[in-house]
Ligand binder design. Structure first.
Ligand code: KMH
Ligand code: ZN
Length: 308
């Protein structure tokens, strides 16, 4: 089996500050936790930006630039910026940070979908900030827009024009067909890095039989041209990571996807999750890839090409 790439998604735009005191939202906290995750073994850092005083998801370039240089100075980890941002943002807003920062990697979401966050309302009634409750409640009538035109725009402006390569986030089997369509159009080239995103309400559930089906479908569509990873949102995060590692895949952890380290126990940092998944995959006999080994496996352009 290949060396295993551990990705860590540091803060995201799904969880809100009231859900965990350990969710990093300031530039200093995002920086500190990204460095800690890299030191624990994460080869790829997946990053969103937030408004420092309220923790609200932000599309502002200044909020990305408040932490990117410090992270880049302190680690050689691959920086992977979100083009998903938040489902509340326009595509132009979602692309502002990545276009300015010119990262080695970006996420790319392979289909329009529901992205239901409102079930998390059931867990609390008190909120630190006014934006949190409506942000979650209004997700019942929100479309996370990723049309073929949007996908082509991202592939062109960040891929062809700036040399970024992608974490193709596939939340369902049909997203794999869409990805194959863009391979057929010549807009996606090997090595193809597919992130099976499981457990989001609006996408495929985080169940072993679905992971097996996703992999079997990807094997048929992409053969030796792809490599796969899994992220499971919520309580299935570590179980699905372990299963995926046993299947020869890569893994993603981080507080973007799950706030807990065990049932009922909040993770105190992203590094805590990286340390746990590292122990798990090494117990399975997998060897963790360094950032440069990940660059070689994924065909990345190198740190010298970024703009931060
Ligand atoms: N925050 C979600 C709306 C990505 O980073 O591209 C989508 C997301 C995936 O986080
Ligand atoms: Zn993300």
């Amino acid at each position: 089996m290949s060396k295993i790439i551990i990705s860590c998604a540091i803060t995201g735009s799904i969880h809100t500050p009231s859900m965990s005191p350990f969710l990093p939202v300031t530039a200093a906290a995002i920086t500190e936790q990204a460095i800690g995750a890299a030191e624990a073994g994460a080869a790829i850092l997946h990053l969103h930006a937030r408004e420092p005083d309220t923790g609200r998801p932000s599309a502002l370039v200044e909020h990305f630039m408040a932490f990117l240089p410090a992270i880049n100075a302190a680690t050689d980890a691959v920086v992977n910026l979100s083009t998903g941002g938040s489902a509340t943002m326009t595509l132009a807003e979602r692309l502002a940070g990545p276009l300015a920062a010119n990262p080695e990697m970006c996420s790319l979401n392979m289909g329009t979908m529901n992205f239901a966050l409102y079930p998390m309302l059931a867990k609390r009634t008190e909120w630190l900030h006014d934006w949190e409750e409506p942000f979650l409640r209004e997700s019942d009538d929100l479309v996370f827009k990723n049309t073929p035109k949007d996908i082509e725009t991202i592939l062109t402006r960040l891929g062809r024009e700036r040399g970024a390569r992608f974490e193709f986030e596939c939340y369902d089997v049909g997203h794999l067909t869409m990805l194959a369509h863009f391979v057929d159009r010549g807009l996606v080239t090997a090595p193809i890095f597919i992130q099976f995103v499981m457990g989001v309400l609006g996408g495929i559930a985080a169940e072993p039989e679905h992971l097996a089906h996703l992999k079997q479908t990807a094997d048929t569509l992409f053969g030796d041209d792809y490599t796969f990873s899994v992220l499971a949102a919520g309580r299935q995060q570590m179980a699905m990571a372990k299963l995926c590692a046993a299947m020869g895949g890569h893994v993603r952890v981080g507080l973007e996807d799950n706030l807990y380290i065990a049932q009922g126990r909040l993770a105190k940092s992203n590094a805590e999750q990286v340390e746990l998944v590292r122990r798990m995959v090494e117990d399975l006999g997998r060897v963790v890839a360094t950032p440069d080994e990940a660059r070689a496996m994924l065909g990345l352009k190198g740190r010298q090409e970024v703009a931060f």
